[in-house]
Design a protein around this ligand. Structure first.
Ligand code: AP5
Ligand code: MG
Length: 383
């Protein structure tokens, strides 16, 4: 997913960009950072724009200034680490830039996030902002030591002087409305309240990025036997979506602190593997009937699907006093899940959480499953 971050100076673009980068494994690319690196290296371009930056003015939409910046950005976007997407922060700031970017990136731009942060909050935040001299990590106020690289040296940005901040805010408000309208017309704009704390801002952005439409764009459906069948395996083609799913589940699994993760074959297995690794937990693999070696000591449970009756099996294990979370790709009536719960309980385990990417709402839950609804976490609802 390719993301553009819009917002006033100090609105939190750099902060959210770094969070999204970490969350989804895509690089955060900031036009301001690129320019500051050019200034630090004393390139011809850097020297040309140095004073503009210090005064809080924008680079001109000309071949020499923005043309050169776009060239540097394009070079950066063509690198291998951008293959699954990127977060671009600080571009565009004018309608000319938005149109340029649109022509250049064409269909590759998926979403523009507008961080709505009030001027008062911005002024307050920029008053104390410092940047680690060594690794460039941004802090709201100077810590004793950088928690990333241990450096004890911090810089203040020249353009954070209160008078320059005022100028930057004024320029932002003069230029941004046509950019907002441009993305609104292209139906890719989402709004995030930037006044909230960092955790909340990230949560709001994540919710907007991975909505039901995003999932539906990626998974075809068929309609055999009058029941919609969504081909969920297609979600694995989207690295960011997979990361979104596993990170979201892992956050809750971390709270539940289970002893095991269990999953049925076969569509849930990639998520199962990722969750076992992410949470450093062992797994219990639940099989379809007839897959376990002959003579294996096993537990079995029958369940009703939309079309037939099936059986699940697992190797016998003594799971007394153990807690387990269950992971599956989708849940409809909950029949399969109930069968898995039955298997695990027969082995003595306590099921403390149920995770599924999708909840299908076209079938009513089985009465016995209602008791498990509170322990069930799903990310998307499909009809
Ligand atoms: P750039 O570096 O992009 O500056 P900016 O847009 O003015 O934004 P900032 O980097 O100052 O703020 P931010 O939104 O990243 O906020 P941050 O996360 O640091 O551009 C610099 C200059 O380059 C421009 O002025 C212009 O001259 C030139 N330029 C760049 N791109 C250009 C373009 N396309 N066209 C023309 N010229 C261009 O957060 C701010 C502070 O708040 C931090 O201390 C942070 O820790 C804190 N904070 C962040 N979020 C929160 C939160 N949720 N709660 C509490 N504190 C928070
Ligand atoms: Mg920034």
């Amino acid at each position: 997913m390719n993301i553009v971050l819009l917002g006033a100076p100090g609105s939190g673009k750099g902060t959210l960009g770094a969070q999204l980068s970490q969350e989804y494994g895509i690089p955060h690319i900031s036009s301001g950072d690129i320019i500051r690196a050019q200034i630090a290296s004393k390139t011809a371009f850097g020297l040309q724009v140095k004073d503009l930056i210090a005064e809080g003015k924008l680079l001109a939409d000309t071949h020499e200034q923005m043309g050169r910046l776009f060239q540097l950005i394009e070079e950066r976007l063509s690198r291998y680490d951008c293959r699954n997407g990127y977060v671009l922060d600080g571009v565009p700031r004018t309608l000319w830039q938005a149109e340029w970017l649109h022509r250049s990136l064409a269909s590759r731009l998926n979403v523009a996030v507008l961080l709505e942060t009030s001027d008062e909050v911005v002024v307050e935040r920029l008053r104390n902002r410092v940047i680690c001299s060594a690794c460039k990590k941004v802090y709201a106020s100077a810590p004793k030591q950088c928690d990333s690289c241990s450096s004890i040296y911090f810089d203040v940005r020249e353009d954070d002087a209160p008078a320059v901040v005022k100028e930057r805010l004024q320029i932002y408000h003069q230029n941004i409305q046509p950019v907002i309208s441009f993305y609104e017309q292209n139906k890719v704009l989402v709004h995030v309240n930037g006044n909230r704390d960092r955790k909340e801002v990230l949560a709001l952005a994540k919710k907007q990025l991975f909505h039901i439409g995003y999932l539906l764009d990626r998974i075809p459906f068929y309609q055999p036997k009058h029941i919609k069948f969504y081909n969920l395996v297609e979600m694995y083609k989207d690295a960011m979506l997979v990361r979104h799913i596993t990170n979201s589940f892992s956050e809750r699994i971390g709270w539940l602190k289970p002893d095991y993760i269990a999953a049925p074959e076969a569509r849930a297995l990639p998520i199962f593997g990722a969750l076992m690794y992410q949470n450093n937990l062992p797994g219990i693999f639940i099989r379809k009937a007839g897959k376990l070696p002959e003579g294996a000591q096993k537990l079995s449970a029958a369940y009703q699907t939309a079309y037939s009756t099936d059986t699940l099996e697992m190797n016998y294990a003594d799971l007394r006093d153990k807690t387990v979370v269950l992971v599956d790709d989708g849940i409809s009536s909950g029949g399969t899940t109930l069968a898995m719960i039955h298997l695990l309980q027969s082995a003595g385990a306590r099921v403390v959480g149920i995770f599924a990417v999708v909840r299908y709402t076209y079938r009513d839950p089985e009465p016995a499953f209602l008791a498990w609804r509170e322990k069930t976490h799903t990310l998307f609802e499909l009809r």
